[in-house]
Write a protein that binds this ligand. Structure first.
Ligand code: 13P
Ligand code: SF4
Length: 300
């Protein structure tokens, strides 16, 4: 009898579909993906795929990005309720209100924002390219950095740009404490601490390396060290185990993103069968957001 894995493989072929998965996804989803990556890698992959259908295993805003960059494809989000805990319905209106007061600001928006906020932006960024994106802009320009305050402070530290941070944070990273990281270091004194920039500045001060999820995996692969304390969402352990099977990884704390865990194999199969639920970003929002995303993709 055909099992779930076989059914997904068959449907994927029939639909000429590609499965893109964020590295925070459950292990079984990363296993069936054609490409696993961070939010930047996934947007590059979505922009260049020649598949007819993109099955996006991640959160809604990343799937919206895929649809904006490849509007002629069908974008499926198997877990349609997978939002981001930084999301809030009032964000667009509040950004507009700040811009009305400060028309001189330019908005730099993180990939985890709704398309309507990307449409208000000069340029988008992700955690892997925020520094380069900001460095590509004029030095004296005031930048309203939306929505993660900790990615904003990390980018400001690295660039000394004039960044006005939005006041919100990702709870998965924000809740990690200095005490937890210190306890992990004490328990594993030979381990290096690899951390996501969405952690708070006082916690980041304890890291040996700060970078995006892909940056963390690459760092661990290339390092001659054997043990690492990981300070980002636990899904990244799947990639680390695959790419560095002989190295040891310890979580710095209990770091789980409930939204990233909403995708299941059953939902992927059903999405491929029914070609639903789709993510469609209406024009002209998509048109404006595309400009900000393409500017980001052009930054070297
Ligand atoms: P990356 O940009 O590293 O993929 O992170 C996305 C994210 O959701 C961080 O919490
Ligand atoms: Fe959003 Fe944080 Fe989850 Fe990333 S880990 S999707 S920023 S809530």
């Amino acid at each position: 009898m055909e099992d779930l894995y076989d059914a997904i493989a068959r449907l994927k072929k029939e639909r000429n579909a590609v499965i893109l998965a964020h590295v925070y996804q459950p292990e079984e989803i990363q296993e069936i993906a054609d490409f696993c990556g961070d939010s930047f890698g996934l947007s590059q992959e979505a922009a260049r795929t020649d598949a007819d259908v993109i099955v996006f295993c991640g959160v809604r805003f990343m799937a919206e990005t895929a649809n904006i960059l490849s509007p002629d494809k069908i974008t499926l989000l198997p877990a349609p309720d997978a939002t981001c805990r930084m999301f809030d319905d009032t964000l667009e209106a509040r950004v507009k209100a700040v811009l009305a007061q400060h028309p001189e600001y330019k908005v730099v928006s993180y990939v985890n924002t709704p398309a309507s906020v990307k449409a208000l932006s000069e340029i988008c960024c992700t955690s892997s390219n925020a520094v380069k994106v900001v460095e590509s802009l004029p030095k004296d320009q005031e930048l309203l950095f939306v929505p993660d305050q900790d990615l904003a402070s990390f980018t400001a530290e690295q660039t000394h740009a004039r960044i006005i941070p939005w006041q919100s944070a990702c709870p998965t990273h924000f809740n990690l404490t200095v005490e937890e990281v210190e306890a992990a270091k004490k328990a594993h004194p030979g381990a290096l601490v690899l951390m996501h920039p969405e952690c708070r500045p006082q916690v980041r001060a304890l890291a040996d390396y700060v970078g995006s999820t892909t940056g963390i995996v690459k760092y661990a692969e290339q390092s001659d060290r054997e043990e690492f304390i990981i300070a980002t969402e636990c899904g990244v352990l799947t990639q680390l185990a695959w790419k560095c099977p002989h190295k040891k990884f310890y979580m710095a704390g209990d770091m789980v993103c409930p939204n990233m865990k909403k995708t299941t194999l059953e939902k992927v199969k059903q999405a491929l069968e029914t070609l639903e639920p789709r993510v469609v970003v209406p024009e002209p929002i998509a048109e404006k957001a595309r400009v900000a995303l393409e500017r980001m993709l052009a930054v070297k």
